[in-house]
Design a protein around this ligand. Sequence first.
Ligand code: BES
Ligand code: MN
Ligand code: ZN
Length: 490
Amino acid sequence: MRITLSADDPIRSGADFLAVGVGSKNVARDPMVKKLDQAMGGSLLSHLKDEGFKGKLGQSLTMLGRGRLEARKLLLLGLGDEPKAATTQRLFAVRAARAAMGRPALSLVATGADPETLSLLAQGAVLGAYRYTRYLTGSRVPATPLKRVVIHVSKAPGRPERSAVSAATALGECVNLARDLINCPANDLTATELGRIASEQAKQAGVRCKVYDKKGIEKLGMPLLMAVNRGSSEEPRFIHMTHKPATRGAPRVVFVGKGLTFDSGGLCLKPADAMLDMKMDMGGAATTIGIVLAAARLKLPIEVHGVVASTDNMNGPDAYRPGDVFPSRKGKTVEIINTDAEGRLVLADALAYACELKPDYLIDHATLTGACLVALGKYRAGLFCNDEAMGRAYEKAAARSGEQFWQLPLDGDLRDQLKSRIADLKHTGTRYGGTITAALFLKEFVGDCRWAHLDIAGPAFLEKNHGIHPKGGTGFGILTAVEFLRSLLA
Ligand code: BES
Ligand code: MN
Ligand code: ZN
């Protein structure tokens, strides 16, 4: 998408849609509303009144330009009583881009001209224009995706404004790539395909990428990833991406992602309705890949690694069983309890590998537990952290990104549930505190690394649009991770 800044009068904009945000305080006296009303010969204010448009958050109103505006349609979007808030600004652009879907050109009127506001608008436009269209045919192929967005600012933009817009565009595109990966069905997005796309994208972004195939993984020593893969006719993949800046002494951050391209539950088979959306079980991997690509495209002076363990969880003749015991990369032996708790197994080996890279910070994203959904609902991710300062820093980053997390305890009292009679560890506990025992299991594999575990089982995939996120794959976590990385530079 091409996003440009313009100091031209929005009334002259010839876009298909001209989107204007209006706060709920005194709509009729809003300078932009007054100006538009004048251009439209007084018809706007009467229309506003007729329709009861009061600028409330979520309200919208369209009106044809009819030659009085150069734009084909005027779109007023209510911004509520906090029109300047970052989340409101970004959501304004998201809503405008969604409304403009099917038309190639959109003009946005910016209320502020600072790089921060412009970056929120650009990011919103890119995120709002997202649609997953790969499998649509015939008349359902979108005729014209939104291609050009002009952001109207009150004064001529300079270098900082333009670079804020291009960085935000790049970041939005990385989120959209993650969404594409999540939305792609499991018959097409196999672990092999995920590895192929990761290396293709890495190449374009100047990121190093090593993809291990089944033999390579065996050699590398990932017994738990191999165990989960046993029931599958597809090969697993282990992906390691690296963004290495030229700066010396840059902090090193390693991200790890759960890459289950499909989770049937294995022998402990899921019921049909719980299985339906399980193509999304590689949401953590998609987010991890998106983060590394974003770090590269934003040229962050931070060494950022992305480590992904990918397979599907199936029930072929050689599938792993409850009661089986496997070694792990770290050396601890694990007794399998429920083959549907596969995510923590592949993560255990990936986390052990990640720790060997000696990161300053280790962060995993995983659609790990249904229990996290029970605890926090669909829209909020669980945050676990073994370092107080890091946990706080992550919460702060989330407050800036607008993504919602909630910190949960790595409650030592529940650790007993993971005691096994015949192995070092059982891999699941009871139903109560299931998201915590999953995190406690992972903790066994991170040693003394400074580590955060993000259970994104809820927000990675949605049944309906919510805020900036569309129905389906969301790419949740990328925006916060990038904010966290930026906070390391401050
Ligand atoms: N991928 C699921 C978790 C999940 C559930 C993600 C719903 C998104 C939506 C995970 O592999 C799983 O099946 N977890 C089990 C663990 C249990 C067997 C201990 C669960 O949460 O039921
Ligand atoms: Mn599972
Ligand atoms: Zn899973």
